[in-house]
Design a protein around this ligand. Structure first.
Ligand SMILES: C[S@@+](CC[C@H](N)C(=O)[O-])C[C@H]1O[C@@H](n2cnc3c(N)ncnc32)[C@H](O)[C@@H]1O
Length: 323
């Protein structure tokens, strides 16, 4: 479950079209001098900390993305003004126009507004009777925890990705009452296998009759126990064509570390909840979950074994394909 702790920290982003953005970042840091503490990464990204607040600088193919955050609105204006002034100064002769977004805070961010989410949900293949019953049973039996279940459009996406990728060997971390497992398993061929990992016998027990009814029970190998232990106990040669991670968020970095080497070339890794309700953008949120998801989001984007893209589906879904 998402915990929204810590003070709200207003943040604002901008992106600017600029020649040689990585160069500009270095020049900007020089220009700022001892007004800031700066950390420059090997990939050209930088983070600066000023007395007002912080600003992340991400150079990308002819654009520079800026994410500023500060403890209050006045300080946010201070960070934005500082960066804007020095960027214009360091870009020697180039006109720099920074159109900062209005201040928002991580817990107020909605990657997709509820009205759009409802429209999307109403315009995908509707759930069949079995999925409808499984969702209803989950709501009745688990109460508030039912919110952990992938939404129906998320399930359709998983099923489509498994079919499109032609996967035969799949793994899922985070089964709950088996909705996403059912979507994955029924998209596999008859001889396909899904290794389904969860710690709860109670929740996964509710999945079993639905998997039986769908005729996929014998495709699913349910492993009860901490998923990291299950992964580390697998034979070295065990590989996967498809992996879906939707369990404890703090565990994501370790799950990725175990799963990526086991993905076949062309294999697909899918991660749910990569926005954590928008809190990943807001440095005020520093709980283990947010730190872990930020770490994974950064790492996957820079991993040269993968092509990866984040989709604004519900709470954010990352697709990463092994090169
Ligand atoms: C968000 S729910 C999964 C929802 C599921 N994908 C669905 O669509 O219904 C997260 C699940 O992760 C499981 N979980 C939490 N920590 C775990 C761990 N260390 N190892 C394996 N499973 C874990 C929980 O028991 C819970 O069922």
């Amino acid at each position: 479950m998402l915990t929204k702790g810590g003070p709200r920290m207003p943040l604002s982003t901008a992106h600017v079209t600029i020649e040689h953005p990585a160069h500009r970042v270095v020049e900007l840091i020089h220009s700022l001098g001892d007004e800031v503490t700066a950390r420059l990464g090997g990939d050209g990204r930088a983070a600066i900390i000023s007395r007002h607040g912080t600003c992340s600088l991400v150079p990308r193919w002819g654009t520079l993305v800026l994410i500023a955050a500060a403890p209050d609105l006045d300080s946010l204006t201070g960070v934005r003004d500082l960066v804007t002034r020095h960027l214009s100064h360091s870009a020697a002769g180039q006109e720099v126009h920074l159109d900062w977004t209005g201040p928002t805070s991580g817990d107020a961010l909605e990657p997709v507004t509820p009205a759009v989410q409802d429209y999307l949900l109403a315009h995908c293949t509707p759930p069949d009777r079995l999925l409808t019953e499984l969702a209803a049973m989950t709501r009745e039996a688990t109460g508030r925890a039912a919110g952990m279940q992938v939404t129906h459009d998320g399930g359709v996406l998983l099923e489509m990705l498994v079919r499109l990728s032609g996967a035969r060997s799949a793994i899922e971390i985070g089964v709950f009452t088996g909705y996403s497992s059912l979507c994955i398993a029924r998209a596999l061929p008859d001889d396909g296998r899904l290794l389904a990992c969860d710690v709860s016998t109670e929740w996964t027990g509710m999945a079993l009759p639905f998997w039986e009814r769908a005729g996929v029970r014998d495709r699913i190998d349910l492993q009860i126990g901490p998923a990291l232990e299950t992964l580390r106990a697998l034979p070295e040669e065990r590989t996967f064509d498809f992996a879906f991670i939707d369990a404890d968020k703090a565990g994501y970095p370790a799950y990725c570390e175990e799963i990526i080497p086991r993905l076949v070339t062309g294999g697909l890794l899918v991660l749910d909840n990569v926005f954590l309700g928008g809190t990943v953008l807001d440095p005020a949120f520093q709980e283990a979950d947010q730190r872990a998801i930020r770490e994974v989001n950064e790492a996957l984007a820079q991993d040269d074994r993968l092509d990866s893209v984040m989709l604004p589906v519900r709470d954010g879904v990352t697709l990463a394909r092994k090169r």
